[in-house]
Design a protein around this ligand. Structure first.
Ligand SMILES: *Cc1c(COP(=O)(O)O)cnc(C)c1O
Length: 400
């Protein structure tokens, strides 16, 4: 076992798997993670315990934040952040329609009302210049998303939040390693929320966390992540059984020791993985530079891009045919994202018509995501570029 990529390979069991397939994503969990999980299994605490505490300490440390609360998802982290901030029914939270649905469903889970603001045409991040026009007496928070790994303009968003006494909950699911003008996730927000879902750059299959510099908020999140119970399993089952009390209404979002064990070894190679994705991203830029009909989201000056997703943009008439062409060429792709206000449920409930958020809709009609992960072989970049090139060169591939 090498500890990187392939140790837990099940691709050979997949009847459609081919040697020349270019997967969209592969995790790089291996020997180190197996050993870490084995250590947990040899102990007695499977749920939240010492491994979670160790992860929380190291993850907060990596981000330069004071506190980290280990959770079961980023969706839970967003919901819990809002709940811990006391945001609920009657409150409005400003967010972006260019994101995964969880950024918005978490607001609804908290009982609050999402209010969309359009995004910057280039980066796809919430447009800070449009936020103030959306603020009402009910607005309590702003929930920006650091799309693809480029941080939003947090200085501008913090200034607006301060003027209107609003909280900020950052959806940092794409942005672990990123920074902007020296600002890192969670530094100017009340909390920043992370995902350790199966295709994220740190993964425990499912998992999440929030970070904050506010000790009281961290304490509240810790209480609410576990039913509002005032004692953890670890504390209840010491040598003498301890009674516990329920002191608040809470949820069930606590990270367990197995998830933490999977994450701990990945923290040690986090910068190496980021460097590798940066190199692949540069290779993509080079390989795609000559292809007409394709553009890339601009890199914002002063940004350290977390390089979670590598996206390209094409004419809307070409997007779905190109997706099909790449799929048929054995190349994994995704769309991050179609503007979420246009999805069926939000159409029925929030009722923002087509044209409400033109910049988000323009990206949603044009974007597609190419394979990018730390252990991706360099020659796959050339395979992907060649397939895209072929699509635009060969008339039979083109959209009707
Ligand atoms: C993945 C993702 C989430 C949800 O993360 P989970 O851990 O699956 O809940 C939220 N927001 C964004 C932008 C994401 O990419």
């Amino acid at each position: 076992m090498t500890g990187r990529g392939g140790d837990l390979d099940t691709a050979t069991a997949d009847p459609i798997a081919r040697d020349d397939r270019v997967p969209f994503f592969r995790h790089d969990l291996g020997a180190a993670e197996l050993a870490a999980v084995a250590e947990i299994l040899s102990g007695s605490i499977l749920t939240t315990g010492e491994a979670v505490a160790r992860f929380e300490h190291l993850f907060a440390d990596y981000l330069g934040r004071r506190h980290c609360v280990g959770l079961t998802s980023c969706t839970g982290a967003l919901h819990l952040s809002l709940a811990a901030l006391g945001i609920g029914p009657g409150d409005e939270v400003i967010t972006t329609p260019m994101t995964f649905i969880a950024s918005t469903t978490s607001i609804i889970q908290a009982g609050a009302t999402p209010v969309f603001v359009d995004v910057e045409k280039g980066s796809g991040n919430i447009d800070a210049a449009l936020i103030e026009a959306a603020i009402t007496p009910r607005t309590r928070a702003i929930l920006p998303v650091h799309l693809y790994g480029q941080m939003c303009d947090m200085r501008a968003i913090r200034a607006i939040a301060d003027r209107h006494r609003l909280a900020i909950v950052e959806d940092s699911a794409h942005c672990v390693e990123g920074a902007r003008d020296g600002i890192r996730p969670g530094q100017l927000g009340d909390t920043a929320c992370f995902s350790f879902y199966a295709t994220k750059s740190l993964t425990s299959g499912e998992g999440g966390a929030l970070v904050t510099d506010d000790g009281a908020l961290a304490g509240r999140a810790r209480l609410l992540r576990h039913h509002g119970m005032d004692k953890s399993a670890h504390a209840r089952h010491g040598s003498v059984y301890q009674h516990w009390d329920m002191v608040a209404f809470g949820w069930k979002y606590n990270m367990d020791n197995i998830q933490a064990a999977l994450l701990l070894p990945q923290l040690e190679r986090i910068e190496a993985g980021h460097a590798r994705r940066c190199a692949l991203s540069d290779a993509y830029r080079q390989a795609l530079s000559g292809i007409e009909g394709l553009s890339l989201p601009p890199v914002i000056p002063g940004v350290r891009h977390a390089e979670h997703l590598f996206t390209i943009r094409v004419d809307p008439a070409h997007r779905d045919p190109l997706l099909r062409h790449l799929g048929e060429s054995g190349i994994g792709t995704a769309v991050n994202y179609r503007a979420i206000h246009l999805l069926d449920y939000f159409q029925r409930t929030l009722k923002a018509p087509h044209g409400s958020f033109p910049a988000a809709e323009a990206i949603g009609d044009r974007t597609l995501s190419l394979p990018l992960y730390a252990t991706m072989p360099q020659h796959h970049v050339e395979r992907v570029a060649a397939a895209i090139n072929a699509y635009f060169r060969e008339p039979h591939c083109r959209a009707p």
